[in-house]
Design a protein. Structure first.
Length: 268
């Protein structure tokens, strides 16, 4: 395969190869710093980005950085058509609560009691991260009051990170969500990889795979930036496809024509 052909010790553009060696792009640094800030001060944060911009990757790195003896992390990946009951049952399960035949008000009360118990008795901080939060229904968002309505709204007990696509921000901007919007203290939007970051990302990943020569020709980086639309996920796929095409054509370096052919195959 092309990894051997190009002297690569691994394929550094696969998901599993980048976990322990994150590329600290502007988005990565800005977002993870805000995660840690929100962790310290508690409250609600909104993190918005297009699909493939690396939101879940940053979430995963943040979770891996936490001391499990000090922080209880509840990660929920929202699903389309998730009901209010579905959502709060998942939350209850993560808190070790049995919903049973409880009424909604009882479920909310039990969740708040357990959050307070974990915080005050177990001395652990609760961090709730909701990924793909743009899939949450309006009804679920309206029930988020239980996350901030503690002790007559006098204290924050959790850090809540809402991570999703732009639709989420548009929904929260509506008047019906004023109470939630007013409590968002961190608001970050992913911009994607900048032009100079594309080359730095690729060379960093190649160095990780013990490739220390100029595998990509200069104009190829411009083509990769244009074709990837600033998306790290798309960039990874483009690079992998470019490597395969270049290998199949017995080329030792990758030029812009190869990149555009790889892009055309993706779009076919």
């Amino acid at each position: 395969m092309y990894t051997t052909y190009y002297g690569m010790s691994c394929n550094p553009f696969l998901k599993n190869e980048s976990i322990n060696y994150p590329f600290e792009s502007i988005d990565y640094t800005q977002c993870i710093n805000r995660f840690h800030y929100l962790k310290e001060i508690k409250g609600i944060g909104l993190f918005i980005g297009e699909s493939g911009y690396g939101k879940t990757y940053v979430v995963r790195q943040f979770i891996n950085s936490l001391n499990k003896d000090l922080y209880k992390v509840i990660y929920i990946s929202a699903q389309k058509d998730m009901s209010v009951f579905d959502f709060f049952k998942i939350l209850s399960d993560n808190l070790g609560l049995d919903v049973g035949a409880c009424y909604k008000t009882d479920i909310y009360m039990n969740i708040q009691k357990e959050i307070k118990r974990i915080t005050l008795k177990d001395k652990m901080q609760i961090i709730i991260i909701i990924d793909d939060a743009h899939l949450l229904t309006r009804e679920i968002l309206l029930n988020f009051k239980l996350f901030y309505d503690f002790d007559m709204d006098s204290r924050d007990y959790i850090s809540l990170m809402l991570v999703g696509q732009p639709d989420l921000k548009q929904e929260i901007a509506k008047n019906i969500h004023t109470a939630l919007k007013q409590r968002i203290i961190v608001n970050y939007t992913f911009e994607g990889l900048e032009r100079d970051e594309v080359k730095r990302y690729i060379t960093t990943r190649l160095n990780f795979a013990n490739v220390n020569y100029e595998l990509f020709e200069p104009e190829a980086y411009n083509a990769l930036y244009s074709a990837s639309n600033s998306s790290p996920r798309t960039l990874n796929i483009l690079v992998i496809n470019s490597l395969m095409l270049s290998f199949q054509n017995n080329l030792k370096t990758i030029n812009s024509d190869i990149v555009m052919n790889a892009k055309n195959e993706m779009d076919a």
